[in-house]
Design a protein around this ligand. Structure first.
Ligand SMILES: O=C(O)CCC(=O)C(=O)O
Length: 305
């Protein structure tokens, strides 16, 4: 069923025509688009696009200084990976697909850009809060000629956090032309379906069944759910997307350059700790948090804008 059919379904459930999407979103978010921090970086149109489409391409919002700091962080991270890092490159194939996350506590440039400046401010504007909470950063580097794609997925089921106020800000450090660019399925954050996570390395599901989650659809079914938008970007740009937005990225076969990106992930006022029916990614331990708790914990700092 496509997004528009699902929205029509909400009309049939007795909601007022024209208000169905808003009401649906309100059910799932704290419903208070209030940002009263410093002068906004983003136009109201960009924020609206984010709410409607579940992603928005932000042009020229990352300064050269911030890019250089993130690049230093990535270089250090790759030289000193954490125990949570992965290499998704199949045996004997070219290229390399490296990822790692939650290193901001030991990599000062990541900490600096995640907790101050344009990134948390844009996150606050997009989520409608003047006190965004940092969730973690995620480094994904594909060397030239990496065969492994980033499979279609949405991030929300991987995370031990429940809520609708959230955003990942995907920051490229290298040009990402259409052949290697992130793909986002427009409006997919509003689809009232959640999918069992698949492992990036072989696309096998974490579990076969789980209450409230469906096996991941085949790509044809998925692409029929909405419009796939190819978000080609340059360094300086960023892509903001919702944890429920379905997205993917090709490998870099035939692409002569590296593709380094870091996603900085934030949550808003309605975020609550949740136990999933699988080990989450990142595999944060509860450390005293119970299901339904606000993420008040030094691992998830709040930024006062
Ligand atoms: O850039 C990629 O390859 C995928 C990024 C991604 O899945 C994410 O940041 O959630």
């Amino acid at each position: 069923m496509g997004i528009h059919q699902q929205i029509q379904g909400l009309h049939r459930l007795g909601q007022r025509p024209g208000l169905a999407v808003c009401e649906f979103v309100k059910l799932r978010s704290s419903g208070k688009p209030t940002y009263d921090g410093p002068m906004a970086i983003l136009s109201p149109e960009l924020v609206e696009t984010y709410k409607n489409d579940g992603f928005v391409v932000l042009r020229g919002v990352i300064s050269a200084e911030t890019q250089a700091q993130i690049a230093d962080g990535v270089a250090f991270n790759m030289a000193h990976p954490s125990s949570w890092s992965n290499d998704y490159t199949p045996e004997g194939s070219g290229g390399r697909f490296f990822d790692d996350y939650v290193s901001w506590g030991r990599i000062p440039p990541f900490r600096h850009v995640a907790l101050s400046g344009a990134l948390p401010q844009m996150a606050g504007e997009l989520m409608g809060t003047s006190h965004p909470r940092f969730f973690h950063e995620h480094v994904l580097v594909k060397e030239p000629n990496t065969v492994t794609p980033t499979p279609w997925h949405h991030d929300d089921p991987y995370y031990g956090v429940e809520g609708f106020d959230n955003v990942s800000i995907w920051v490229p450090l290298d040009p990402a032309p259409p052949s290697v660019a992130l793909r986002c399925l427009r409006g997919s954050h509003l689809i009232p379906r959640r999918f069992i996570p698949n492992r990036f390395v072989d696309e096998s599901p974490y579990v076969t069944t789980a209450t409230g989650f469906e096996p991941f659809p085949i790509v044809d079914e998925l692409e029929a759910l909405g419009e796939t938008v190819v978000c080609d970007v340059e360094p300086g740009d960023a892509i903001a997307f919702h944890y429920r937005t379905l997205h993917s990225a090709p490998g870099t076969t035939g692409h002569a350059h590296r593709r380094r990106i870091v996603s900085f992930r934030y949550v808003g006022d309605d975020a609550r700790w949740i136990t999933r029916p699988w080990k989450t990614s990142p595999p944060f331990e509860p450390n005293g948090l119970n299901d339904g708790d606000v993420l008040d914990n030094e691992r998830f700092p709040v930024i006062q804008l």
